[in-house]
Design a protein around this ligand. Structure first.
Ligand SMILES: NC(=O)c1ccc[n+]([C@@H]2O[C@H](COP(=O)([O-])OP(=O)(O)OC[C@H]3O[C@@H](n4cnc5c(N)ncnc54)[C@H](O)[C@@H]3O)[C@@H](O)[C@H]2O)c1
Length: 275
């Protein structure tokens, strides 16, 4: 018979509010000029985090305005930085800027991404490489740079990656589907090698969330409305997600409420992938 150690006793339930709080934590959000990124940045600020919003240089005016709005609304320590997740030097630059500004990085929302157009089996070499660079290689390099900070500062951390339901089922172009599946698996792989440092890595698979990707669509109104109708008809819950529907999973995974969650995939898709 194996002699198991005596159980040490069940710990009492702690306050959910305290565990969800991000007070004192420093967060870096990539793709933060976009719909989902700017929303998770605001949600983290509301929960007490210091937030660094990162996006490409062409979004700087927008980024500046979002940062100002978040600061005004929540009184949070907020800043922005421009760069490109395709460029290792740029990544090191915005990670260094976050540490310089807030002292460390506790949370990374690895969120920047592009849609893949309607590329099929004959996706061009150039488009494929572009999608892979932004949606897959970028998240790896950003996670590595942030993890180096978390390891050096010895406080662990949380990395939340934005994948997609297209990483679970085939409903989008070749490059998008492949990179969103890849980034989910990449996240789980990072979760295994970073667990010993107390760094948790999880990904979120969103369904249709009405966001920048749709706002900026270059198509006639009736075509866009037809597409929304198609989204709604294909989503069992019967509506497209709003930005408010995209933040809960990310702040949960970023917080101590999820301290036992790593290598997991949270699906927020109105039931699309279950039907
Ligand atoms: N909206 C949806 O329905 C949906 C569904 C599933 C997954 N997603 C994913 O959510 C994430 C955010 O998308 P969104 O809906 O907010 O779209 P969005 O277009 O509003 O935001 C994406 C942001 O990423 C930025 N970005 C693009 N290339 C970049 C680069 N090289 N370096 C840094 N930033 C770059 C863009 O400038 C943009 O601000 C993406 O990864 C997307 O694939 C969105």
């Amino acid at each position: 018979m194996v002699n198991l150690p005596k159980p040490q006793g069940v710990k009492d339930l702690r306050s959910v509010y305290d565990m969800l709080s991000l007070k004192g934590k420093s967060a870096l959000i990539t793709g933060a000029a976009g719909g989902i990124g700017r929303s998770t940045a605001a949600a983290m600020a509301e929960l007490g985090a210091k937030v660094m919003l990162m996006d490409i240089p062409s979004t700087e005016d927008h980024l500046k305005k979002i940062t100002g709005d978040i600061k005004e609304r929540y009184g949070a320590e907020t800043a922005y930085v421009v760069g490109d997740v395709r460029d290792p030097d740029s990544i090191q630059g915005f990670v260094d800027k976050t540490v310089e500004t807030f002292g460390t990085i506790d949370i990374l929302h690895n969120n920047a991404g592009i849609g893949g157009d309607a590329d099929g089996w004959d996706v061009s070499y150039d488009l494929w490489n572009k999608i892979v660079a932004i949606n897959l290689t970028g998240p790896l390099l950003v996670a590595q740079a942030a993890a180096r900070v978390m390891i050096a500062h010895k406080h662990g951390g949380s990395i939340v990656t934005t994948s997609s339901m297209s990483g679970l089922v085939i409903n989008a172009g070749t490059g998008y589907s492949a990179t969103k599946a890849g980034v989910r698996h990449l996240t789980n792989s990072l979760a295994m090698s970073l667990a010993k440092y107390g760094i948790r890595c999880n990904s979120v698979c969103y369904g249709f969330i009405l966001s920048g990707m749709h706002e900026n669509m270059n198509a006639p109104d009736e075509q866009v409305l037809g597409m929304y109708k198609m989204f709604e008809e294909n989503t069992p819950i019967g509506f497209m997600g709003e930005l408010s529907d995209a933040v809960g999973c990310v702040v949960f995974l970023a917080s101590d409420l999820a301290r036992f969650a790593t290598g997991s995939t949270v699906v927020v898709d109105g039931g699309y992938t279950t039907k």
